[in-house]
Design a protein around this ligand. Sequence first.
Ligand code: AMO
Length: 434
Amino acid sequence: MQERTLTAEVAPSDEVTIAGWVHEIRDLGGIAFLILRDRSGKIQVKFEKDEMDDEIVQTGLDVPRESVISITGVADEEPRAPTDVEIVPTAIEVVSSADTELPLDPSGKVSADLSTRLDNRTLDLRKNEVKAVFQIRSEILRATRNAFRELDCTEINTPKIVATGTEGGTELFPITYFGEEAFMNQSPQLFKQLMIGSGLERVFEIGPIFRAEEHNTPRHLNEATSIDFESAFIDHTEAMDACEYVVTAAYEGVAQNCIAELETLGLSDEFSVPDETFPRITYQEAIERINATGEVDEQLLWGDDLPTDGERALGADVGSHYFITDWPSAIKPFYIKDHDDDETLSTGFDMMHPQMELVSGGQREHRYEHLVDGFEQQGLDPEQFEYYTKMFRYGMPPHAGWGLGGERLVMTMLGLENIREAVIFPRDRQRLSP
Ligand code: AMO
């Protein structure tokens, strides 16, 4: 490819070739301006009609908006230009012409509904405020990975095509695998636990999870990104410490490295990194506080799941990220260990943003007999999970961990109204393409 200078790097008196999208053309009569956009920003290109080659002027002013063009020219200082420099072209090439009618206006002057935007994500991402969300998402993943490394974790990748599910039998997507029934994995849960016995001891994974749930809500996806952590020789309280550390590191990364993006989203003033210690309240206290808010139709009883309106009422009451601990064992999965001194009480925890659940985790059942009993109690056939349970007979240390919803982290951090805004190509009840 011909050498290309990014618009942000163009300095006065440089002779450069720039390439990107036609953002805008302003024809003022004798003089016209084309604004060219690339990943670094925008630059003004000046056409003085009487003093320039007709063909260059014609090409530059006739090219449809959003076409990809390449321009060679000399940069001049120009205080009236948006970046204080403008290019006077000596050559112009239309690299890829855009249709004159676009399904979505990338300048954002004409607004589009979410469905049209998702159908045309390529054009939608040309808007700065949409691009900013995904640049921040990228930073969140970088900062998260970095935090896990600081915690001495090894990054792993586990299979997404599996023979059995773990998070409740009804939420699996079945597929055909060489004539046999298989499923898209709901969680790396069992695999990350298997790595605890391997000697890696501390692992993390950032990858897709597939949930066939019927929910069609602003905070559920059928394909989501799970940020999973698992560590040997820690209990549930230390797993919560690690959770606080990773989530605050994600906020810190964004605060430090996404200043322009936060500004684009109008969040510069209100963005703040949460305090690293999140309040830890028990499930018992949670239901009492929810009941006291009067926001739920029926008073919650021990053993009830927390309804969405209850979670919201409690979140408003607490006002920051917080944990709910000590859940009734009966409503936590088989792989979560009960308290040693009270088998009705689980070591499972949830980490909540005031608006919704972000994380589930707990200390794991590492004692073989208890684990097998747990499968049976949950109506799962332990034989189907033999590949997992048998490793608990060959030296499995106590361990704990958690799973964090990547999109929910992005959504709550940026105050997005719909989780689909935090995924480039969301999968939901209505959407299988693009
Ligand atoms: P859980 O099922 O609670 O736990 O999932 C963990 C976190 O993942 C996110 N999440 C989702 N986000 C968007 N759409 C969905 N359909 C969806 N489902 C889950 C949430 C949730 O808190 N194996 C355990 C974790 C563990 O114990 O380590 C698990 O999967 O933010």
